[in-house]
Every structure is written in structure tokens, then in C-alpha cells.
Design a binder for this molecule. Structure first.
Ligand code: FAD
Ligand code: SF4
Length: 561
């Protein structure tokens, strides 16, 4: 029943109900998909438990905005704080591939400065790893997706991309025009995880703009098509419609498996020698908090009290400009040009850290909602704006909001359809965040004006949640160590965007997948020790390129080092 890009020609392995697996992975999304593939290829018995469906790209996906809404996690959640986040359609995915199915697939790397924000700028916190620790994994994942972009990318640590940049659509042209007029360098045609040429069985992009509806063509990378087929070929099992409700703590301070509920509402228990939670920045803290038990009354692996705290979202205001000439912003991937010229702390500013400006190409329904928010358009007025859709361009700013303890996930009294307490997400902007957003908004509007827009409006919004289970070296101030192992429990790991200590103003997806590959290398290098001892060995693993999906390493043109 699976689409041609996903077919594996062998039946998926099925572990017996009472069989103990090596690793149970909760959530087969951006991080979970990469982990599952690596661990299966290394010969571990591994099962991925995924709350949503196993998508068949040909059967299930439609080129229709409304019809793609089931790609999102739209279960109930409670939002609060002084600046509540909109939860639902703009957060995480549900189903195999997770958020990588509906991401726009901008794939910039974090900058070296992101890993030492506290040391350099006196704000936030430093990461327990440096840019050099993750660099080989960036290079690796950029080939596994693969990423298209310019031959020389100057921001952060300069590097190039093996696959050539994409041609520009109308929005990209507007960004180039605006930036050029203001003497702001701009990157054209990437970095995006969209094929600019054919690659194996996958065709190149056909520029029809449905990326965040789950590219039916298969030109855009998602772990569903880049890593999951190889995971299954290598002996992994994925159980879809399996909602993990609790992680069970056994003897000797070790977890012994996970409880989950299948699509018929029946409960199951999967025994595992180790558990990895990869459920996204809201669902991962929620599951650990819901797994509170004797000895961990405030949440599993939460002796620090930090679990759920330091949740971050990037400021994601959308600036819309109307042009006399048609722009037709649907005719290209929404992600195709950006500038990171304002990424780093600038001593001339009254705030620390910075922002990026990127193309966004909302389809008509999203555009209608933006006009509603930006211009209070309604009724006939909204209809008139929507009839004018082809004349509008949209840029998005991506602003670094700092990690604050009061931005957090807790457990609400409300329950979901399974009777499980849902997440309460509290979000508050602080002084630095407000100043940064104001400056970023003004700059993005200036660029739109410089591009020639005769009307410029904006909608305030947020994007890309990360944090909540931050990594760090100090067990009193973080939840996991530099490899994603919880400080409290030696065979319980977290591997997804929730481990970010800070977020920069780069889109997080590439870093999430790179960290997953690094965690996998660590687990593989530790072998059975993970299953047999509570002792910790923090020796960094060597990179295992041979475990990448076949035909991905060493392809493309030579890259700049
Ligand atoms: C519209 C949109 C556009 C985006 N564009 C970009 C972009 O251009 N570039 C970029 O880098 N990022 C982008 N992102 C963000 C990116 O998609 C996410 O940061 C990333 O996918 C998060 O990865 P993750 O592994 O943390 O979680 P996910 O990929 O969301 O995976 C989590 C998985 O766990 C499952 N799960 C959760 N709880 C349970 C449970 N209890 N039991 C079983 N399964 C569970 C979920 O169903 C899901 O499949 C975008 C996001 C959105 C919403
Ligand atoms: S624009 Fe390209 S990547 Fe996006 S949905 Fe269409 S074919 Fe896929």
C-alpha cells in the first residue's frame, strides 16, 4: 500500500508482544526517524512507537491546503502566559516523519556563536558541545537529505552545498531586490532540503509550492522518505497509531519499557532495554511529567526541577507587501531565499543576539488568515484582499528568543481522548525579546518597501518550538547530558528539539537531525554498556558515515571545507 518512494520490497519486521527490544523510540519524527535508521543499521532491535499514522504519500496526501490539516498534532493543548503561543497547526507533526513532513525545509546550520551565547553575549546559556562537535553531522545530514544551496555560504562557519541552488520564484526575487537595494547580502536558492536535481528514485522539485502540505512529489526531504525506508529495510519496526502514555521505571533506577495505547484504545506494554523519547518540545516534557512515579514525583528524570522549563519559540512575524506587478508567491517552494546578515549580536543594538529574514509563500487560506490578523480584513473586505493574492509577497523574520525559566510546559487538568493529561504551555516575552522583535520587524518591513511594495503590513506570530529538556553538563541545571542521556536514569534518553539550550535564529530541523545522528553514534559506540550498567562514559564517538542510508555520503560535487 505504500507509495513508490517508500516501498521496501520486504515485509516489516514484527517483534512479538512479549519480546524485549533493545531500544523503544517514542515518536518517529525528525529526530526519531534518523535514530531508528541508524540503530537498525547498526544491528539493534529497535521499535518506533508513533502516535500518528504511517503515511502513504500517494494515497494519503492531497495538494490541497485544508486537506492537509491532518498532518499536524491537533490534539488538545492548553496555552497561557502573557504572550500565549498558538498551538496546533503551526507546531509539531503527527504521523511517521513528524514535523519533517510539513516543514518548509529551510536548513541553515546554527552558527559557532550559538554554542557559547553566555560566554560571548552574557545571555542564555552555553551548550555542552561546540560547533566543531556537530559540524561533521551537519555535513553528513546535508548529504542525506540532501540540501540544495549556494556553493559558498558565508554566514556562521562558511561552507558550501553539494547540490546547486534553486531558481527563484516571485517572493525570492522580491527579497533579493529589497536586500540588494539596501546593500544586505542575501542567499539565493537555499539552503533547503529540496532536490534541485533528481536523486536516486526521487524527482526534482516542480515548483508548485505545496511543501508545508507534505510534498507529494517527493522532492522535499522528510525522514519518512529519507530515513524510514532504510530503517525498515535494516530490521526496524514502526508501530503507528501507538500513543505512548507512560514510561515505566523498574529496578535499580532503570526504565523497563513503555505503556502505549493502540488505535482501538487497547493498552499495551513494550519492554525495552533502553528508551529514547523523541516526541517534540511539547510532547516530550509532557510524557516525562506524566510518567512521574515513586522517586520521581515531579516527573521522570526531573530531579533538577528543570524539566519543561526553558521552552523557546522563535519570533516568526510575517511581513506582507503588495506589488503592482503580480508576484504569484505559490510558484516556488515557500523556502528559497534568506539573509542571516543580522544573526549575531551587534553592539550598536540595545538587545543581544539577532534574527534572519526568509521567504515565506503562504497559500491562499494561510494568506487569508494573515490578512485577517494584519488588516482585520473580514467579509467583503477579506474577499477583496484574497482576490488580490497574486500581487502579494511574504517575508518571515526568524528572531532568537532567549531561554527563560518561566516559559514552560506543565501538565494541565484537561485530558485528551485517551484520558491522558494534556500539556499546558506558558509563554512570556522578556525585555530583550521585545526589543529584538521590534528591530527585526522594522528591518523586514524596510526590505519589503525597498523591494517596491506599495503597501506593507505584518502579522505577529511565532515558529519552531524547542527546549524543555535542555542539555547541559550540570545535572542541577539541565535534564540530559551532551549525548541526550538523562542525568537521572542511565537507560533513558531524550533526542529531539527539546534538548536545545538556546536556539539561534536558524530553523532547527537540520540541527535536530544532526544531533540525532550524533546520539546514535554515541549509543552504537557504547554498545551493550547502555543496557547493562549505570556507569557513564562520556567519550565522544567517532562519526559512522557507513551507517548513513546508502548512496548518500560522497555524492554531489566536492564541497568547501
Ligand atoms: C509549518 C512549519 C514549517 C516548518 N518549517 C521548517 C523549516 O523550514 N526548517 C526547519 O528546520 N524547521 C521547520 N519547522 C520545524 C520542524 O518541523 C521541527 O522543528 C521538527 O520537525 C521537530 O522535530 P522533533 O524530532 O523535535 O519532533 P517531530 O518531528 O514533531 O516528531 C515528533 C513525533 O513524535 C510523535 N509523538 C509525540 N508524542 C508521542 C507519544 N506520546 N507517543 C507516540 N508518538 C508521539 C509525534 O506524532 C511526531 O510524529 C517547521 C514547522 C512547521 C510547523
Ligand atoms: S515546491 Fe517542490 S518541494 Fe515543494 S511541494 Fe512542490 S515539488 Fe515538493
Amino acid at each position: 500500500m505504500l507509495g513508490s518512494l517508500q516501498s521496501i520490497h520486504v515485509p516489516m519486521k514484527r517483534f512479538k508482544d512479549d519480546e524485549e527490544v533493545d531500544y523503544a523510540i517514542v515518536g518517529v519524527g525528525s529526530a526519531g526517524g534518523v535514530l531508528l535508521q541508524r540503530l537498525a543499521r547498526a544491528g539493534f532491535n529497535v521499535v518506533g512507537l508513533e502516535a500518528g499514522p504511517f503515511w502513504d504519500t500517494e494515497r494519503d496526501w492531497v495538494s490541497d491546503e485544508a486537506g492537509s490539516h491532518n498532518l499536524y498534532w491537533t490534539e488538545p493543548r492548553v496555552t497561557g502566559g502573557s504572550d500565549p503561543l498558538a498551538l496546533g497547526a503551526n507546531n509539531c507533526g503527527k504521523g511517521v516523519g513528524g514535523g519533517s513532513v510539513h516543514w518548509a525545509s529551510f536548513t541553515p546550520r546554527l552558527h559557532p556563536s550559538d554554542f557559547e551565547v553566555y560566554t560571548r553575549d552574557g545571555v542564555g546559556v552555553d551548550w555542552p558541545i561546540t560547533y566543531d562537535d556537530i559540524k561533521p553531522y551537519y555535513e553528513q545530514l546535508e548529504l542525506e537529505m540532501p540540501v540544495a544551496g549556494p556553493a559558498y555560504y558565508s554566514w556562521g562557519h562558511p561552507h558550501g552545498y553539494a547540490y546547486g541552488p534553486h531558481p527563484m520564484g516571485g517572493v525570492g526575487n522580491a527579497l533579493i531586490k529589497g536586500c540588494t537595494a539596501l546593500d544586505i547580502p542575501v542567499s539565493i536558492g537555499g539552503p533547503v532540503a529540496i532536490l534541485s536535481g533528481s536523486h536516486g528514485d526521487r524527482p526534482h522539485c516542480i515548483y508548485r509550492g505545496f511543501c508545508i502540505q507534505g510534498c507529494k512529489v517527493g522532492a522535499k526531504a522528510s525522514t519518512l522518505i529519507t530515513h524510514v525506508p532504510d530503517a525498515l529495510r535494516s530490521g526496524a519496526e514502526i508501530r503507528d497509531f501507538s500513543m505512548v502514555s507512560r514510561i515505566e521505571l523498574g529496578k535499580e533506577n532503570r526504565v523497563r519499557g513503555v505503556h502505549y495505547i493502540d488505535k482501538h484504545g487497547d493498552p499495551h506494554f513494550q519492554r525495552a532495554k533502553a528508551v529514547i523519547v523523541s516526541g517534540y518540545s511539547i510532547e516530550t516534557p509532557r510524557l516525562l511529567l506524566n510518567s512521574a512515579c515513586k522517586g520521581y514525583e515531579e516527573g521522570l528524570a526531573n530531579s533538577s526541577g528543570v524539566l519543561g522549563h526553558y521552552l523557546m519559540a522563535q519570533a516568526g512575524n510575517v511581513v506582507l507587501g503588495r506589488f503592482d506587478q503580480p508576484v504569484r508567491m505559490y510558484k516556488a517552494p515557500p523556502a528559497h531565499a534568506l539573509t542571516e546578515e543580522f544573526y549575531e549580536t551587534d553592539p550598536k543594538n540595545d538587545f543581544a543576539r539577532g534574527f534572519a529574514i526568509q521567504t515565506v509563500g503562504p497559500l491562499p487560506q494561510a494568506f487569508g488568515k494573515q490578512m485577517l490578523a494584519a488588516k482585520k480584513a473580514w467579509g467583503w473586505g477579506l474577499r477583496r484582499e484574497m482576490m488580490d493574492y497574486n500581487h502579494w509577497a511574504a517575508f518571515g523574520l526568524l528572531g532568537e528568543i532567549l531561554p527563560w525559566a518561566d516559559n514552560r510546559v506543565t501538565i494541565s487538568e484537561d485530558k485528551d481522548g485517551f484520558g491522558l493529561p494534556v500539556a499546558h504551555v506558558s509563554f512570556n516575552l522578556h525585555d530583550n525579546d521585545k526589543k529584538l522583535i521590534k528591530a527585526a520587524k522594522e528591518k523586514t518591513m524596510q526590505v519589503m518597501q525597498a523591494a517596491g511594495a506599495n503597501e506593507v503590513v505584518q502579522e505577529a506570530r511565532y515558529a519552531h518550538l524547542v527546549g524543555g529538556c535542555r542539555m547541559g553538563s550540570d545535572p542541577r541545571r539541565s535534564v540530559v547530558d551532551k549525548f541526550g542521556r538523562t542525568h537521572d536514569i542511565a537507560n533513558l534518553f531524550v533526542c529531539d528539539g527539546s534538548v536545545f539550550p538556546t536556539q539561534g535564529s536558524a530553523n532547527p530541523g537540520l540541527t535536530i537531525q544532526a544531533l540525532a545522528a550524533r546520539t546514535a553514534d554515541y549509543l552504537i559506540s557504547q554498545g551493550d554498556r547502555i543496557f547493562t550498567t549505570n556507569d557513564r562514559d562520556l567519550t565522544a564517538p567517532s562519526i559512522r558515515r557507513e551507517l548513513a542510508p546508502p548512496e548518500t555520503w560522497g555524492k554531489g560535487v566536492p564541497r568547501l571545507k
